[in-house]
Design a protein around this ligand. Structure first.
Ligand code: AMP
Ligand code: ZN
Length: 139
């Protein structure tokens, strides 16, 4: 499905120009217009999914397989020191474009990219209970 008012549907279809790195029948890989660092790439499915909760397993499998190829190509070209793969779902998580996309963010010594969080202590019994509860919901 394509959503008429969605900027990434238009980019994925080629109706809005982008710096396309690679394209398959299912995905367009582009340079982010406001990169966190040099070579910040987005992998965008051509089909519209608002977020990960809507994506089917087949598309997800193809997506990550493509991500491994793109990561190796980026590494060869950019020679970065590390790579963050980030994918935001929901406004609270930082999503601003509500068409699923995978961020691939090169990391360089001394860059000011920040994708860290504060770590909290966990309670072993609560963790055990939670793991079981989530497990029950996985088909
Ligand atoms: P998110 O905050 O995870 O939804 O990420 C949206 C990303 O899309 C941001 O990193 C933007 O810089 C990027 N972006 C928005 N519009 C465009 C565009 N026209 N071409 C390329 N990247 C874009
Ligand atoms: Zn869309």
């Amino acid at each position: 499905m394509i959503k008429d008012d969605c900027i990434f549907c238009k980019i994925a279809k080629g109706d809005i120009p982008s710096n396309t790195v690679y394209e398959t029948s299912d995905f367009r890989v582009i340079l982010d217009i406001s990169p966190a660092s040099k070579g910040h790439i987005l992998i965008i499915p051509k089909e519209h999914f608002d977020n990960i909760f809507e994506m089917d397993a087949d598309t997800a499998a193809k997506l990550f397989s493509l991500a491994t190829e793109v990561a190796r190509a980026m590494k060869a070209e950019l020679n970065f020191d590390g790579l963050n793969i980030v994918q935001n779902n929901g406004e609270i998580a930082g999503q601003t474009v509500f068409h699923f996309h995978l961020h691939m963010i090169p990391r360089y010594e001394g860059d000011e990219v920040n994708v860290t969080w504060k770590q909290h202590e966990s309670v072993p019994e609560e963790q055990e209970k939670l793991a079981k509860a989530i497990k029950k919901r996985i088909q």
